[in-house]
Write a new protein. Structure first.
Length: 256
């Protein structure tokens, strides 16, 4: 199953040191947020990725083109320009990086990678959110219910907007200023049937398109996750994630 990661947003302003780079390339523990997300998926055997780039997409392309070198010890003979690789370390990932436009909304970005989806189902994730959602359980939940789209919902992390979800997992309305312990928020993680491409029209967010076209038909349901989820949006948030990673207790890091 393909994993599509939305990494085309504008530059990061999280910290002075990492300002002006694509937000998913902001580093936590010396690794981009994008890498952390991909490691979370690969822990479940999902290793075929499509990266939807936009802002400074070449930086993402170069990162993966040079990944093998960056992860290994090397000796360079400057006279002959010969490179010897020592202790080579890499991942068993297949990564497709696609330029989906500088100003495209998330729905349009997903629409533009349709040609790279060769199965009946695929996953979409935002490139700036960390989580410990059980991907296998979410996929099984999606298949059991047979809908076009399944959205993972978690407890909001300080955001005012929240989802009102009924007993069948369907979104009834979007609330404002809901209490965090009673609310659910869209995590930006989806399992989608390829039929979804039929509603991905226009430059709108993926959430808008799914809610507007699938929710009333019962084709958009939610998978509730009570565990860890956070968007990496501020310097303080990033610093907290850095501390968790350095302490070896990062909740999104699943051992493989």
């Amino acid at each position: 199953m393909k994993v599509v990661i939305l990494a085309g947003g504008q530059r990061s302003t999280i910290s002075n040191e990492q300002e002006g780079i694509p937000k998913p390339m902001v580093e936590i523990g010396g690794k981009p947020i994008l890498w952390h997300i991909m490691k979370s998926f690969s822990a479940y055997g999902l290793t075929d990725f499509i990266i939807c780039g936009g802002y400074k997409v070449n930086m993402i392309k170069e990162y993966f083109m040079d990944y093998y070198i960056y992860q290994s010890d090397i000796t360079v003979d400057l006279q002959t320009n010969k490179i010897e690789i020592h202790k080579n370390r890499t991942e068993d990932w297949r990564v497709t990086v696609v330029d989906t436009g500088l100003y495209s909304a998330t729905g349009q970005r997903v629409a533009r990678i349709q040609e790279y989806i060769d199965g009946e189902e695929f996953i979409v994730a935002h490139g700036d959110c960390l989580f410990n959602i059980d991907i296998k359980k979410m996929i099984a939940y999606h298949r059991e219910r047979g809908r076009i789209a399944t959205m993972a919902a978690a407890r909001p992390t300080g955001r005012n907007e929240a989802l009102d979800i009924d007993a069948d997992g369907r979104i009834q309305r979007i609330q404002q200023n809901a209490a965090a312990n009673e609310a659910w928020a869209n995590t930006g993680l989806y399992v989608l049937d390829r039929k979804v491409f039929g509603v991905l029209q226009g430059n709108y967010t993926l959430e808008e398109l799914l809610t507007d076209h699938l929710s009333e038909k019962g084709e958009l349901i939610t998978y509730k996750h009570d565990g860890f989820w956070t968007p990496v949006e501020t310097y303080r948030n990033m610093a907290d994630m850095e501390n968790l990673w350095n302490a070896g207790i990062a909740p999104w890091a699943k051992k493989q």
